[in-house]
Design a binder for this molecule. Sequence first.
Ligand code: SAH
Length: 479
Amino acid sequence: MEYKKNDLVTVAIGDIGSSGEGIGKVDGFTFFVKDAVIGDVVEAKVMKAKKTYAYARLTRIIAPSPQRTQPACGVHMQCGGCQIQALAYPSQLAFKYHKVRNNLLRIGGFSEALLDAVLEPVVGMEAPYHYRNKAQFPFGRNRDGETVTGFYAGRTHVIVPNTDCKIGVAENREILERILEYMKESGAAPYCEEDGTGLVRHVLIRKGFSSGELMVCLVINGDRLPGEDRLVKTLCAVKGMTSISVNVNVERTNVIMGTRCRTLWGADAITDTIHMRAMEEIDAGGDALSRKDAEGITFSISPLSFYQVNPVQTEKLYSLALAYAGLTGEETVWDLYCGIGTISLFMAKRAKQVYGVEVVEQAIRDAQANAERNGIANAAFYVGRAEEVLPRLYETEQICADVICVDPPRKGCDEECLATMVKMAPQRIVYVSCDSATLARDLKYLCAHGYALKHARPVDMFPQTVSVETVCLLEKFND
Ligand code: SAH
């Protein structure tokens, strides 16, 4: 059977692709249907047809899947932020579990039997909405020339107007409405990407979940905003407002933030605390901290700092990493790809000495300041690429480690880095990963060089989207 653009087809969706799309077959021909849910029977319109497969758009749900749920957001299909809101949360978790499992099987070469023993269910959220502590909303104009804000549609820079994102904090809406009102009154125009005119590009909003502090930073194509005092006045009225600033970005680029910030009102940064949670607490599945006196580390977060965006799940993820590290207070720990030292400082509370390595210099300055702020004296940091810093220190200073923790970006660890880790021969390696394909590749290397995979536990840091983090424990065999 051949298909062409605009053909209408009826497809039973039997699978879900890695981007969250529904996959169904008709007489051996495969259809990829965005927004269709596994178990649905849908009518779809062919958008692009190849010899054996086609991409199609959902036009009608003929028989809804039992795994379908009512999405919280009215623009979930247009907006590029979430991919799987229509999939019931337990099915989202099952999808993520199988994604990690398949990669460990196919790329990692681990056996079904081993995975049955070491791979645990995904740590999900009790309430999988309103979890993000950070949002960056672009400003632009709609067809009628009115200023709008929202999120970009998938793979485009077309703004889908929305001030009420369901994965963000409730305060976003009030803040965005006040900014839109201010822009109207002051004549501050939204930035236009096509010709580089206009002033207001994006707004960054952040909330410290444990402190309740709010930060607003307007990214502008210039040095000043008209009527800055009016903006300050309206934003100050929002409960929890702590820091109002502008960030200057006059470059014609897709990079959201420029390098320079100027505080208009309040503090330059907000604070937030990440608490240690007990394993039983994580297993119990709740989101709220059960112990109000839980030990924590307090971070200062400026508009340009990197900080994990789901603080509830971050506490669970880091607490798992800490439990896997099995620290007694005697260990030397290396934390590679340490960012602002979040995991390093967690580990430092339970170890003899921690060393962090990170390529971004400002992040290392933040890490040092955070160590000081928390009175942690047994953490030291190196700036540079892990695959360069580690081999160099190993050659010159014969560094060693009892535990190495890594939390690399999507591309995973460089082989040079893995090779040096193996030479350092730590008893345990804790691998935190945001991409299970590169995780599987790196685990294969480590398991071919004297380590065994003992635990793997995915954590749902980004409900409603297709991303999944995983934390793993490897132990050295002692033969
Ligand atoms: N563990 C931190 C940060 C994880 S994100 C946290 O949880 O907050 C990954 C970090 O790796 C980023 O901060 C990035 O700047 C850093 N990075 C990327 N490539 C690197 C490399 N080759 N060597 C060291 N750090 C790197």
